[in-house]
Write a protein that binds this ligand. Structure first.
Ligand SMILES: NC(=O)c1ccc[n+]([C@@H]2O[C@H](COP(=O)([O-])OP(=O)(O)OC[C@H]3O[C@@H](n4cnc5c(N)ncnc54)[C@H](OP(=O)(O)O)[C@@H]3O)[C@@H](O)[C@H]2O)c1
Length: 251
C-alpha cells in the first residue's frame, strides 16, 4: 500500500517514522517534506494533488482548519483517506471528500517509537479489506483500537495528550528527586524506567489498578504515605479537570 502524507509537521513525521515504510509526502513548507522523505525514504512531492494521485491511502496530517483548502487541492484524486485531524468529524470529512472511503484516526505521538495508541472510526465506504490493511499498517506504529465516533474526543483526551502529561509528571518527579540529592540524569533514567515498567505491569494484570496498588502498598508503609500525599494534592480531580478541559475545548 503506497502511503501519502499531507503535512510533515510533528505528527506527520512521527507517524511516518512509526510506520517504517517509504512515503510520498508534501507540506506547505517544502523543506519539511524533503526532510521527511530523506528520513524515512520515499519522495517529497511539490503538490498535494500529486501525493493523492500516486497514493493508495492519503493520510491527512495538516491542521484541522486546513481541511477544505487541502481537499480542494486534492480535488477528488484520493483513493482512500485517513484523517488524524483532531475535532473533525466523519461528516465533515465526507463533505470534503465525497464518494471516498474515509477513516478517522486519533493517534498519539508515541507512534514515532512504535508504541503509540491509534483509535479509529470507519466511514461507510470502507470495506473489510481496506479496514484490515489500514489496521495492519498503523499496527506497525502501535496499538490500533476501534472506537465509536461519539467517544473519539474522549479518546483524544486520554491518549493524544498523554505524552505531554507524562513528560510534565516526569519533570516534576525528577525535580523532586534532585531536591533530595539525586542528579537529574540519574533521576530521569529511574523515573522513565519506572513509568514504562508500571504501564507494562498494569497491562500484564488486565488493568487491575487496585491489585497493582495493593501489591505495593503495605500498612503504614512508604507507598501509603506517598499515595495519601497525592490524594491530598487532588490528583484525581486534576486528571478529571484535564479531560474536561480537552473535551470542552474541542466541543
Ligand atoms: N501533535 C499531536 O500529538 C497530535 C495528536 C493527534 C492528532 N493530531 C493532529 O495532527 C494534525 C497535525 O498536528 P501537528 O501537531 O503535527 O501540527 P504541525 O506540526 O503544525 O504540522 C502540520 C503541518 O501541515 C502543514 N500544512 C499546512 N497547510 C498545508 C497544506 N495546505 N498542504 C500541505 N501541508 C500543509 C503545516 O505547515 P505550516 O506550518 O506552514 O502551516 C505543518 O507543517 C492536526 O490536525 C492535529 O489535530 C496531532
Amino acid at each position: 500500500m503506497v502511503v501519502g502524507i499531507i503535512g510533515c509537521g510533528n505528527m506527520g513525521t512521527a507517524l511516518a517514522r512509526g510506520l517504517g515504510t517509504p512515503v510520498l509526502c508534501s507540506d506547505a513548507l517544502p523543506e519539511l517534506a524533503l526532510r521527511l522523505a530523506a528520513d524515512v525514504g520515499g519522495e517529497a512531492l511539490s503538490t498535494n494533488a500529486e501525493v493523492a494521485e500516486r497514493s493508495d491511502l492519503l493520510v491527512l496530517c495538516h491542521k484541522p482548519y486546513q481541511l477544505e483548502e487541502v481537499a480542494d487541492q486534492v480535488g477528488g484524486r484520493a483513493k482512500a483517506v485517513a484523517s488524524i485531524l483532531a475535532g473533525v468529524p466523519l461528516s465533515a470529512l465526507e463533505a470534503a471528500y465525497p464518494d471516498t472511503p474515509l477513516l478517522r484516526l486519533m493517534p498519539n505521538i508515541a507512534v514515532e517509537v512504535g508504541r503509540g495508541v491509534i483509535c479509529y472510526v470507519r466511514g461507510g465506504l470502507v470495506d473489510d479489506r481496506l479496514a484490515a490493511e489500514v489496521v495492519e499498517l498503523f499496527g506497525r506504529a502501535g496499538k490500533v483500537v476501534a472506537v465509536e465516533e461519539r467517544l473519539i474526543d474522549v479518546a483524544m483526551g486520554l491518549i493524544a495528550v498523554a505524552p505531554a502529561y507524562v513528560a510534565l509528571i516526569a519533570e516534576a518527579w525528577i525535580d523532586a528527586g534532585v531536591a533530595h540529592g539525586m542528579r537529574a540524569d540519574q533521576a530521569g533514567e529511574l523515573v522513565a524506567e519506572a513509568i514504562a515498567g508500571s504501564a507494562e505491569l498494569l497491562l500484564a494484570h488486565d488493568l487491575d489498578t487496585l491489585r497493582v496498588r495493593r501489591a505495593v502498598t503495605t500498612p503504614r508503609g512508604v507507598t501509603a504515605q506517598g499515595l495519601a500525599a497525592l490524594e491530598r494534592a487532588a490528583v484525581r480531580t486534576a486528571l478529571q479537570d484535564a479531560l474536561d478541559a480537552v473535551i470542552g475545548h474541542l466541543g
